[in-house]
Design a binder for this molecule. Structure first.
Ligand code: PLP
Length: 468
């Protein structure tokens, strides 16, 4: 029976706490390959109990309390399992979580560089690695945020401040049909009217058409509106398609607007030779959203924004306060993150990137992403060879969309049959007004075996449903 008797527990209690938590973590990591994405109970009784649960006045017994957590982990969808092929997952790397543990327990303050310059320098080293990965100039600056939505929001605020100042109501933004919903949400939060978010036409139904953007911007200029940003996607959520980034960047420069690339899903493929080739033009962006909690396999809550000109971040987010006058920073040496992001107090997020990058090395991430591209190519080849399945377009990255012969209800039925197995999960979407199935490969845990299983289940479900 262990109870925790102090906020800073004595050695025996701290050891017991770490050992019990360690056992749960060990189970998740060491047996990760056996984790099933589906097939766990929904846990309706547990939900009903937990909703009504309230903390006691007195300390709970350690094992009992952690038992509740284990009960939760035995329910629902395990989206960090190897068979998660439905949505873009994050794997929750142990080394990142441990970095976070140290960051949280030490709780060093990194909103201002002057408190612990070395902690900020450590985070800055990761950010420089990122800006260099994308060939951004010396004056570029990155910031770590909670995710892609926060990064897209910060980018649009910076673009608005640069191009429209206080006239948000006249600002206009140009997006593709398949832009992520967080871009529209960001515009709204940034005070840009929903009607001023121009959804421009596509090439091949998948990629933002630069000519459509040009026409829309010219029209808005003629109407005395203020075009502030073109948003391109480096991997749409729906189909993984990459917009023509180079052309959009040149158009943005020609017309004097900001070019933001939402690379939340696809950005880290830049680490691979194939990805770098496919993402060509991204280096011309004014800002890039990245989501290490997607394509760098880190735990949720890890997003990044890279901005070409660091002064653009300061213009958007710097604010003076008398009580901070002792801590005036010098961005040339180290950034005050509170002056270039919406946050003041912030987690020392850098550690959740720095520790995994140091402990695994960059090549491990490159190889894992390369492996997902190989698995995608294998999936496309086998789906193409199947008698009753049509692949829709060729994937730019690691999301494959396809249709089984038949109508929308056939797609739904085949999806349900595949997912009923529980070891893999696929999803569906709508492309050109028709339901399509979707295979998204983006976990370091997904292996050839996993994809092979998904394809076999799919072939047999398709055969059952539509014959051939
Ligand atoms: C292309 C794209 N942009 C932005 C987002 C939003 O990112 P987050 O969920 O980290 O807020 C997503 C999430 O799926 C995405 O796929």
């Amino acid at each position: 029976m262990v109870t925790i008797t102090a906020f800073d527990p004595p050695a025996d209690q701290t050891s017991a706490l770490l050992a019990e938590v360690g056992a749960i973590v060990e189970q998740l990591v060491v047996h990760a390959a056996d984790r099933r994405v589906l097939g766990h109970p929904r846990g309706d009784d547990l939900v009903a109990t937990l909703r009504e649960d309230r903390p006691d006045e007195l300390p709970g017994e350690l094992h009992d309390v952690l038992g509740t957590l284990q009960a939760v982990l035995a329910t629902g969808v395990d989206n960090a399992a190897p068979g998660e092929l439905a949505y873009i997952p994050g794997s929750g790397l142990l080394t990142a979580a441990l970095g976070e543990l140290i960051a949280n327990v030490s709780n060093r303050y990194t909103g201002l560089a002057g408190f612990t310059p070395a902690a900020v320098a450590l985070e800055q080293s990761v950010l420089r690695w990122l800006t260099e990965l994308f060939d951004l100039p010396e004056r570029a600056q990155g910031v770590l945020l909670s995710g892609g939505s926060a990064a897209n929001l910060s980018a649009l605020v910076a673009a608005r401040e640069k191009h429209a100042g206080g006239r948000a109501d006249r600002a206009t933004v140009y997006v593709g049909e398949h832009a992520h919903a967080s871009v529209r949400k960001a515009a709204r939060i940034a005070g840009i009217p929903g009607a001023n978010v121009r959804v421009c036409g596509s090439l091949d139904g998948a990629r933002l058409d630069p000519e459509a953007v040009r026409v829309a911007i010219k029209q808005d200029l003629a109407d005395d509106l203020i075009p502030i940003a073109i948003v391109g996607a480096a991997g749409t959520t729906n189909a993984g398609a990459i917009d023509p980034l180079g052309q959009l960047a040149h158009l943005a420069r020609e017309l004097g607007v900001w070019f933001h690339v939402d690379a939340a899903y696809g950005g880290f493929f830049q680490l691979t030779a194939r990805g770098r080739q496919r993402l060509a033009g991204i280096e011309l962006a004014d800002s890039i959203t990245l989501d290490p909690h997607k394509s760098l396999f880190l735990p949720f809550g890890t997003g990044a924004l890279l901005v070409r000109e660091r002064d653009d971040l300061a213009r958007a987010f710097a604010e003076d306060a008398d009580y901070l006058r002792d801590h005036a920073g010098d961005l040339d040496a180290l950034p005050d993150f509170s002056s270039i992001t919406p946050e003041l107090s912030r987690a020392w997020r850098g550690l959740r990137l720095w520790l995994p990058l140091q402990l695994h090395g960059v090549a491990a991430f490159r190889d894992a992403l390369d492996a997902t591209l190989d698995l995608t190519a294998m999936a496309v080849e086998r789906l193409d060879a199947g008698p009753n399945i049509e692949v829709i377009g060729h994937p730019d990255l690691s999301i494959v969309t396809f249709r089984v012969d038949g109508d929308d209800s056939d797609q739904d039925a085949v999806l349900a049959a595949v997912n009923a197995d529980g070891r893999v999960r696929l999803s569906s979407t709508v492309i050109d007004g028709r339901v399509a199935l979707r295979l998204a490969i983006l976990s370091h845990r997904t292996t050839e075996e996993t994809v092979d299983l998904a394809l076999r289940l799919l072939a047999s479900a398709a055969h059952e449903r539509v014959g051939i």
